[in-house]
Design a binder for this molecule. Structure first.
Ligand SMILES: *[C@@H]1O[C@H](CO)[C@@H](O)[C@H](O)[C@H]1NC(C)=O
Ligand SMILES: *[C@@H]1O[C@H](CO)[C@@H](O)[C@H](O)[C@H]1NC(C)=O
Length: 344
């Protein structure tokens, strides 16, 4: 058990990863404060924690703070030993100007680091993303790992991908030049699956939802890395306290990457009738290209069609002893929870 006096700030408490970080910090005995954009959402967070049967909810407090504004951040960080900076803007559709995303992501991260340094926080863990590793490359990358950096000026990266790469780079530059005694580590998840705790969730979860609810006429010819949200939170806690994590980035993935067709077939095999609408064939690339003409969100994935990326989690498993669930188990946990909450 952690020292009961230690306070952890988790930013972005309403998000999928944020809630599970709160959950695991409470279970480990920390006091937790979380920032949410509006205190009106306090009960949503509590409800999700109760759904997950969290313990020690009485040791959780809330602070109002928005990534695009200074208000509230200083007070939120004051007195914390650790900060898990999970919050990041994630738009449902591409923004009009990429700076609408890049600036709040970068400035929001730098604000947290600056205030954490000034408040004497020991370590900040920034939730980055595979988006800061896997894009904009002109040469073929054999294995994607922590040594790889997205090239925001290369071909392909969307505004979201750029925002994650630029924000993480800015964080490391800050630590090097003006971080003082503050320590940093970063966690970079791929597509995050695992059990949902209510109707509030990420884009990767929507893929499972679409496979189950029959809205995919075929499986888009895409593949991506999979990881369970519980393992992502676990990696945050390891990155927060393990001395060996200081100054390091950790890719959070349970390899190998899966195609959407593989996910669909796994759902059919394990869930039987509940997955009877899941497609058994690949949607031809040309059909997806047509859909993308009308659907901006789909257009974002076109550069990725048919590509299979090889990813490694050797660093997190080897250095921090991290042991993630299998990719199929992560997908099944999502499917079962969607069924439980009647969301398919
Ligand atoms: C299936 O889920 C998707 C994504 O979450 C949603 O947009 C769509 O309306 C749903 N379709 C049906 C038929 O329920
Ligand atoms: C999937 O995409 C790859 C790369 O573009 C292509 O070679 C392959 O034929 C596609 N598969 C199908 C079934 O369309």
């Amino acid at each position: 058990m952690a020292d009961k006096g230690e306070l952890v700030l988790v930013t972005g408490g309403t998000g999928f990863i944020g809630v599970y970080c709160i959950f695991q910090c409470l279970a480990a005995g920390y006091r937790v404060r979380t920032t949410i954009r509006s205190l009106k959402r306090e009960n949503d967070v509590k409800k999700m924690l109760e759904e997950g049967e969290a313990t020690n909810i009485d040791r959780l407090s809330f602070a109002e703070a928005d990534l695009s504004k200074d208000d509230g951040w200083k007070e939120a960080i004051e007195g914390c030993t650790y900060v898990l900076h999970v919050a990041s803007p994630f738009p449902p559709a591409p923004p009009k100007h990429e700076d609408d995303l890049i600036i709040p992501a970068r400035e929001g991260t730098l604000r947290v680091l600056r205030l954490a340094r000034d408040a004497g926080v020991k370590r900040v863990v920034v939730t980055s993303s595979f988006a800061a590793i896997g894009y904009g490359h002109t040469k073929k990358i054999e294995v994607y790992d922590e040594k790889t950096w997205t090239n925001p000026d290369g071909p392909g990266p969307s505004a979201y991908i750029k925002s994650k790469a630029i924000a993480e780079r800015a964080a490391w530059d800050f630590i090097e030049k003006e971080g003082g005694a503050l320590e940093l580590s970063t966690v970079l998840p791929v597509g995050v699956f695992g059990p949902v705790l209510g109707p509030d969730f990420s884009i990767s979860i929507q893929i499972v939802q679409r496979l189950l609810n029959g809205s995919f006429p075929g499986a888009p010819n895409l593949s991506f890395g999979v990881v369970d949200v519980r393992d992502v939170a676990d990696l945050h806690l390891r990155a927060m306290t393990d001395p060996k994590a200081k100054g390091e980035r950790f890719l959070a993935v349970s390899p190998p990457a899966m195609t959407i067709l593989e996910m669909s077939l796994a759902l059919r095999e394990r869930l039987g009738k509940a997955a009877k609408k899941a497609p058994t064939r690949i949607l031809p690339n040309i059909v997806l290209r047509l859909i993308a003409v009308f659907d901006k969100a789909v257009s974002l994935v076109l550069p990725e069609l048919g590509e299979i990326k090889v990813m490694s989690n050797d660093k997190a498993t080897g250095v921090l002893g991290w042991q993630p669930r299998s990719n199929v188990d992560a997908i099944m946990a999502t499917a079962e929870s969607l069924i439980k909450y009647d969301l398919v």
